[in-house]
Design a protein around this ligand. Sequence first.
Ligand code: NAI
Length: 246
Amino acid sequence: MSLDGQVAIVTGASRGIGRAVALKLAAAGASVVVTATTLAGASKTADEIAAAGGKSLAVRVDVSVASDVEALFKETTATFGRVDILVNNAGITKDGLLLRMKEEDWDAVLDVNLKGAFNCTREGAKVMSKARYGRIVNVSSVVGEMGNPGQANYCASKAGMIGLTKSVARELARRNVTVNAVTPGFIETDMTNELSEKAKEALLEQIPMGKLGSADNVADAVLFLVSGGASYITGHVLSVNGGMYM
Ligand code: NAI
């Protein structure tokens, strides 16, 4: 699965799944643009890539801000001359039951998770359509497929990403730009470390494989979708959930 000579942008790559994806794409030979909400966060992962002998660039980006995203693509093409791969991974949660959910918590989650993916995909589509090559992967979630009490905003944003994936896949297919989604189940990261032990145990009972996934499991799926082996796959939603939802 060599990505030699290719350039990838990974959003939200300071830690967790995004970091694992950035490291994996770099190990496969891609130059990786690591983005996060702080330059220090992005630089940490970019430094890890450089220490392993890879090429990387750290950029501070709030994906919900269109001008930040435009600047990201300008800086990437100025530095590396192209963008072959975009992984829309940045995401947040602001959980609460619907009846108590504040409008600002709804807006914040939709702004980062769904509008952020839209902002990046639109910029990516411009460069990739022109180049007649591109690979876009959206990091959605199992709960975007099955719903989850207390996460109406998050689930709506993640389900929205699946609709975005399929629509843009249809729009860009003739340009040799594939657009796919991965739907991770419960993955051990900072996001899930916040759960109580009781909540974690209840979750484990729902997972046929009986364990949480790792960020690396998700990164493997992303690597496959951007590799030559997936060249005839577009509009697909790939579950990485230990059998939790099928
Ligand atoms: P995390 O909380 O460890 O990392 C999130 C990353 O997104 C960080 O790098 C953060 O800087 C970045 N970010 C947050 N807001 C941003 C913004 N406005 N602009 C740019 N970057 C921003 O999260 P984790 O667990 O690694 O999740 C990554 C993705 O995977 C998210 O989209 C999440 O919804 C999704 N996911 C996670 C699962 C899990 O079990 N951890 C399960 C299913 C999906």
